[in-house]
Design a binder for this molecule. Sequence first.
Ligand code: PMP
Length: 375
Amino acid sequence: MIYFDNAATTSVNKQVLDAYYDLCLKYYGNASSNHAYGLESSRLLSYAREQILKLFGLEKTHQLVFTSGATEANNLAIKGVALAYKNRGKHLITTSIEHPSVLNAFKQLEEEFGFEVTYLPVNEDGVVRIEDLEKAMRNDTVLVSIMATNNETGSINDIKAIRKVIDNYPKCFFHSDTTQAITKLDIDYNLLDMFIASAHKVHGLKGSGMLIIKNNIKPLALLSGGGQENNLRSGTSDVPKDVVLAKTIRLALDNQKQSFNYVKKINDYLREELSKIEEVVINSPHDASPYILNFSLREHKASVIVEGLSLKGIMVSTISACSSKRNEKSHVLVAMDKDIRLASNPIRLSFDESNTLLEAQEFIKVLKELLAITK
Ligand code: PMP
């Protein structure tokens, strides 16, 4: 199998899985129990929390909430902060290219809780224009949420420039969905009030993630209960899972530079070869994350080609795993002003360090064959 769908999910690292297995057997005590065995779990959990914050150099300024993934982390950041600080103002800003876990959280705040939301457009590269953000900011804006890297195209937003604008509004918090960027791209995390990760996107376990949040911010908890996670996310802690998240992040960060350079070579090769195919339009801008390469087909239905590739053992996505089953056009490509035909027929390739140039060559060969025989 050739697996080019790493933005949907990655394989689990065996070291992570082995550690998880051992931890499950050794530390099943409830971290909230007061006996010595429970306290051992609690100590492990605190250690993992500290380790992750240290890996990002944020142990003095930020706190960490373990979650079930990026969807929960986005929901806690967005709904939690908007609802907790609603008396400061009810205007929120996000972009039109966010993942559904962000867009639908904002939609709910708009429709059910009376917030006003500005959805920023993007330029033809899928990047937010700083002047559009400047124009949208108001004195009652309490939250700006702008993704670091887009999951369909890999387009990268300018976190530094966005922070500079938000700094003029001291009442406003800055959240970024960093799911596709964390441990992959260089980001100055100090510039963010809140950011997130989903373990399974970086060779960790499914159902595991985190929200990192500045110490002075107190979102409204979405899960009420026994007060775990500093009262921000109740429910018995999954200690082994949370502990191996620290390992997952450490391994990925250790490998970040090498992995980036490696996947870039594969991406560059594919970009060059794809651009020689007449009916291909490459949607990812040149300076996008090298982990993602998105292109559209002018004459073929992408879903037919993706199915054909799958039958030949090559796994790729059409839109994104979260939207592809619904047979929609890509809201991201529509926002980038691509015409409907192109926005309805994208193919997303996404890589990791286990992919090879040979696989990329095989992909191009099979794609050309499929384009020649299908209509
Ligand atoms: N944000 C982005 C940018 C993503 O790519 C994804 C995964 N498709 C998510 C959030 C949600 O992640 P999860 O399904 O792990 O909650």
